[in-house]
Design a binder for this molecule. Sequence first.
Ligand SMILES: [Zn+2]
Length: 106
Amino acid sequence: MTDTVLCKDQTVAYVGNIVTSAKYDPPESIRMTTGIKDFPHRVIMRKNIVTVNGKSINYVAPKEMIQKVAGSNGAVYTVKTIGGTVTCDCPGFNFRKTCKHIAMVK
Ligand SMILES: [Zn+2]
């Protein structure tokens, strides 16, 4: 079955198949096939979608929580929780995708 996705500010909908998102896709996005050999998939943020297969999508933004955490070196880091995804702006998280600051806010 072919899926049709219309996004905000677009007059022509994307046509393809909605497929499983890749691990590295941003949260709150969908992935769909394009039928183009050199650009086989496109990733669309849910907040930009107006309709899927003609049905209106009522996008509800995920709950967002921002917390400040003191690092051991005197720096203050920002831990963000958005729709179940937790990120930190410390160098350790940037490198390892996890850090002790995340454990401190749970
Ligand atoms: Zn951190």
